[in-house]
Design a protein around this ligand. Structure first.
Ligand SMILES: Cc1cc2nc3c(=O)[nH]c(=O)nc-3n(C[C@H](O)[C@H](O)[C@H](O)COP(=O)(O)OP(=O)(O)OC[C@H]3O[C@@H](n4cnc5c(N)ncnc54)[C@H](O)[C@@H]3O)c2cc1C
Length: 357
């Protein structure tokens, strides 16, 4: 039947409407906070004069522009009835909920104590924005989904090559050699296996993708974007080879790829929107705000992606796992009766504190 399709398209709509909700709240919060920074004086200067306030104003502006671009592109795919946009809607949901939270947090910081008070709308937006990272698929679940579903095609291709010409520790020497020689001479296998081996063992990157139709002023940005896409694909292959099937249990590694896919998608959406604005000859204060927001976003995204590439080999994963293990072991020594315990816990239902309803 069509039940699964109906269920999956509901998720697509839900993830877009959630993103639209948080984008609206983030836009209002950013405008409110910037206005506040112009009219609130401290040390005889408006808050907007301070560089660390400018940093937040710029980040809010950049992230709002990028969220808007991502949502516009994703809902466009939805309206066009593209056959499979589960990945794009998941990326849109994670991006808008994470960035919306950041924008509203920046706005709260700029408004200071006044932002925290319940009488203005920001406090409500702040509280509401927190749930978007949990509902419609907790963002950690989305990260695993993006890694698994987004990397499926490439992983399957790598697996096919591995099965055809890779060394199988379970097989005797003769059987291994016979299979490798037999398959290694087949052009269809060779076509995939050779470039893959060059990449994984010799670090030789594939040719860079190209963006040929982009406004002249964005040509360098487009080239930098293409270099990041190529590196993303290269690192996926290298790390898949490094961890093999163990990567399925390494959510921290998966999240670095999922986050980079998210940043890359957002960069493409933001660049495409600015390209369109430039071609339409937009001008004025609103356009200049948008242009600078886009350029700043592209810088922020590129830096985040490079940090994730570096963290693939230089990270604190080992101490993180040991630290979590020790904290869990210590927590196991504390009595359940001091804490709230899930009502339907299969191991401890009924042993916890009673919530004060
Ligand atoms: C105000 C509100 C409105 C809601 N409205 C609806 C609604 O209209 N329709 C609906 O269907 N549901 C609704 N929900 C429920 C919502 O969908 C769930 O809260 C959400 O899916 C998360 O599930 P959970 O709360 O059971 O958290 P859990 O599944 O118990 O997860 C708790 C946390 O554990 C972590 N986690 C869980 N799984 C993994 C994993 N695989 N890998 C890594 N980390 C993980 C995440 O950090 C997650 O946030 C609503 C919830 C709230 C609070």
């Amino acid at each position: 039947g069509k039940g699964l399709n109906v269920a999956l398209s509901c998720l697509n709509y839900g993830r877009c409407t959630l993103s639209a909700g948080v984008l609206g709240a983030a836009k209002i919060a950013a405008d409110q906070a910037i206005k506040w920074s112009r009219t609130r004086y401290q040390f005889k200067r408006p808050l907007s004069d301070f560089e660390l306030v400018k940093l937040r104003i710029a980040r809010m502006s950049a992230l709002v522009y990028a969220m808007d671009s991502v949502l516009y592109m994703t809902t466009g795919l939805l309206d066009r009835h593209d056959p499979d946009i589960m990945l794009e809607t998941a990326l849109c949901k994670v991006f808008c909920s994470e960035m919306g939270w950041q924008v509203i947090d920046d706005a709260m910081q700029i408004m200071g104590g006044e932002g925290y008070m319940t009488e203005n709308e920001l406090e409500r937006s702040f509280r509401d924005a927190r749930i978007y990272r949990i509902v419609e698929g907790a963002n950690e679940v989305m990260q695993s989904f993006v890694f698994g579903y987004g990397g499926k095609q490439l992983a399957e291709r790598m697996l096919a090559v591995q099965e055809a010409v890779g060394w199988d520790r379970e097989q005797p020497l003769g059987a291994n050699l016979a299979r490798i020689v037999r398959n290694g001479l087949r052009p269809s296998i060779l076509r995939h296996a050779l470039p893959l081996a060059m990449e994984v063992y010799l670090g030789k990157r594939p040719p860079m993708p190209e963006i040929t139709r982009v406004h002249g002023s964005l040509a360098d940005r487009a080239r930098r974007f293409c270099a990041l896409v190529r590196e993303h694909s290269h690192q996926f292959k290298v790390q898949s080879k490094r961890y093999e099937e163990k990567i399925l249990d390494r959510q921290a590694v998966q999240a670095r790829f999922a986050d980079n896919a998210m940043w890359l998608y957002a960069m493409a959406c933001a660049m495409s929107r600015l390209d369109s604005q430039l071609r339409q000859g937009e001008d004025g204060a609103e356009f200049e705000r948008d242009r600078q927001a886009c350029l700043h976003f592209l810088d922020l995204a590129e830096l985040a992606i490079r940090r994730n590439f570096a963290a693939l080999s230089d990270n604190a994963d080992e101490s993180m796992l040991a630290c979590a293990q020790a904290a869990i072991a210590h927590n196991d020594t504390l009595p359940n009766s001091l804490f709230y315990i899930p009502e339907r816990s299969p191991v401890a239902a009924g042993t916890g504190r009673t919530p004060d309803r």
